[in-house]
Write a protein that binds this ligand. Structure first.
Ligand SMILES: [Zn+2]
Length: 541
């Protein structure tokens, strides 16, 4: 199956301009655009992460200089005749050609009967369907990790027009649809690197490595709106371990990406995800969760990009070298290769949030889709606790909960239990930005709650009309940025008082609860088993 998918990829990218070194350029790009990853000499996955895209020039430097490898590791090496800095530009750039397809069904990769039936079904409806395989499969020490799925897609249209077409097909056939992008033609162009009097030209890509071992590569003017600092805008110089390559994005502009080993990547990520002064068992649990999440994402996102992961919040928060903390780095080393597998096989779909508030939530209550046996919400206590939070017991739950794992510790202050007061006129203004038909807000009530008491459907009654609002993050933002949807709301004169619990969606691991368990002497195995049911640890590499 995989071999067939890769073969299809080669065929798709074949019709490029015939210039000198185009075959090898196509080959090099095929590797960058593939959904697979390779392993370092050390036996760790080598992951490619976007640094920045859409550039006309990129500036790199390293103490002691940089080695340029047109063909990546193992190929010929070129060094500058002077200086440590390189400027990279592009000549003769040609953008990629992309198409949007509408995904109408998703199947397991080994479901041949299902695929045949689905293709016949959509042919019968007058389409010319095709399959896309996403995800990746890799085997280490006899364990095969398979994150693939097969998507049946129809109706290719020009990039950007897929959303409307997808919605139309969803309405017409009563199915859930999504947009899948396909690259019909890769971008092309010559990458030009200059340092002193040295100039290097290579089709499609150039690789850079520090000449001295243990040095990082500095990349100038990286937008700070990526990699964990979304609130700031501007640029800064950032440093990266491993190699940096410069290639072309969809528009034919330059993209810089980092080829970095898994341990260095996690060491840059985990300190942004959990307080480095948390107990070692909590950091170990977070390290394993982050590793599992990383492997789960590879090959399932950025399918038409020349890297495996993008650097923004939606993919993974990564801002390069210099963000490491020795305590989280130790936790990553101590759990080398450890991932969380479902008892039925495959990686656990890792989710976590800061504080569950004393009760975890079901995945499907927050994001819809199929219930995941590893992501069932339950009481975050050693034993007992309320099995389901409802309108009837919510008040008692909010008053109590002192025995929850996340109730303890200074870091939970204001997250385990909280109160927010909003005036009626403020709330009216906020609601009007999206629902002007409501008018002055009179009353808020929970129409539906998940197992943790988080509100799935919120009814808003106004003097001009009523509306029902869905979506965890949507509800929280609409009401002015509440910490969670696990709240009760009372009207007191001209004010609405929200009394709530938890910070975040509450699905999967409760990070403050993990810290509470670790503080009480629980090892990381018990922490992960508590938050991800029906799972076990496995050392992959
Ligand atoms: Zn909790």
């Amino acid at each position: 199956m995989i071999r067939r998918a890769l073969f299809a990829l080669v065929l798709v990218c074949a019709p490029t301009a015939a210039v000198g070194d185009e075959t090898s350029a196509t080959d090099k790009l095929r590797i960058l655009y593939s959904t697979r990853f390779t392993f370092t000499d050390d036996g760790l996955p080598l992951v490619t992460v976007e640094i920045m895209s859409g550039r006309s020039d990129i500036h790199l430097r390293a103490r002691g200089g940089l080695t340029v490898r047109p063909d990546g590791a193992g190929g010929s090496a070129i060094e500058s005749d002077g200086g440590e800095a390189w400027t990279i530009t592009v000549e003769g750039a040609r953008p990629a050609v992309l198409q949007d397809w509408t995904v109408v069904e998703t199947l397991a990769p080994d479901d041949a009967t299902g695929v045949t039936a689905a293709l016949a079904r959509w042919k019968g409806r007058g389409f010319e369907p095709r399959t896309f395989e996403i995800g990746t499969v890799f085997g280490v020490d006899g364990e095969v990790i398979d994150t693939r799925e097969l998507r049946i897609a129809v109706e290719p249209v020009a990039a950007g027009k897929g959303g409307a077409r997808s919605a139309e097909i969803a309405r017409r056939f009563g199915v859930a649809t999504s947009v899948q992008q396909d690259m019909v033609r890769r971008p092309s162009g010559t990458i030009v690197a200059r340092s002193g009097t040295t100039t290097i030209r290579n089709p499609a890509v150039l690789w850079f490595q520090p000449r001295r071992a243990g040095e990082t590569i500095a990349v100038a003017d990286v937008p700070t709106g990526t990699g964990g600092s979304q609130l700031e805008t501007g640029t800064e110089d950032r440093r990266y371990w491993g190699a940096v390559y410069v290639t072309l994005d969809h528009d034919g502009a330059l993209v810089a990406a980092n080829a970095v080993s898994e341990d260095k990547l996690l060491a840059g990520l985990v300190p942004a995800e959990m307080y480095p002064d948390a107990p070692p068992a909590a950091l170990a649990a977070q390290a394993i969760a982050a590793r599992t999440e990383l492997l789960q994402k590879i090959g399932r996102r950025n399918l038409t990009d020349p890297f495996l992961l993008c650097s923004t919040q939606q993919c993974q928060v990564y801002a390069g070298a210099g963000k490491e903390d020795p305590r989280t780095t130790r936790a990553i080393e101590a759990t080398r290769g450890m991932v969380l597998l479902r008892d039925g096989g495959g990686l656990v779909d890792i989710r976590y949030s800061a504080s569950c508030g004393g009760h975890g939530e079901d995945n499907d209550a927050i994001w819809g889709g199929e219930p995941d046996p590893s992501l069932r919400g339950r009481s975050d206590t050693q034993a007992g606790g309320m099995s389901r939070i409802t309108d009837d017991n919510l008040e008692a739950f909010l008053d109590g909960g002192g025995d929850a794992w996340c109730a303890k510790g200074k870091q939970g202050k204001g997250k385990f239990r909280w109160t927010e007061t909003v005036t009626a006129s403020e709330l009216t203004t906020r609601v009007a930005t999206e629902y002007p038909e409501v008018g002055r807000v009179k009353q808020l009530s929970a129409r539906q709650r998940g197992v943790s008491g988080r509100i799935g459907v919120l009814a808003i009654r106004g003097d001009k009309g009523n509306v029902e609002v869905t979506g965890d993050l949507h509800i929280r933002r609409l009401l002015g940025g509440l910490k969670s949807t696990l709240f009760e709301v009372k009207r007191e004169g001209e004010r609405f008082v929200f009394r709530g619990a938890g910070f975040g969606h509450g699905v999967g691991m409760c990070q403050l609860g993990a810290i509470g368990m670790a503080t009480a002497g629980r090892p990381h195995e018990q922490i992960l088993a508590h938050y991800y049911r029906g799972s076990h640890l496995h050392r992959l590499y």
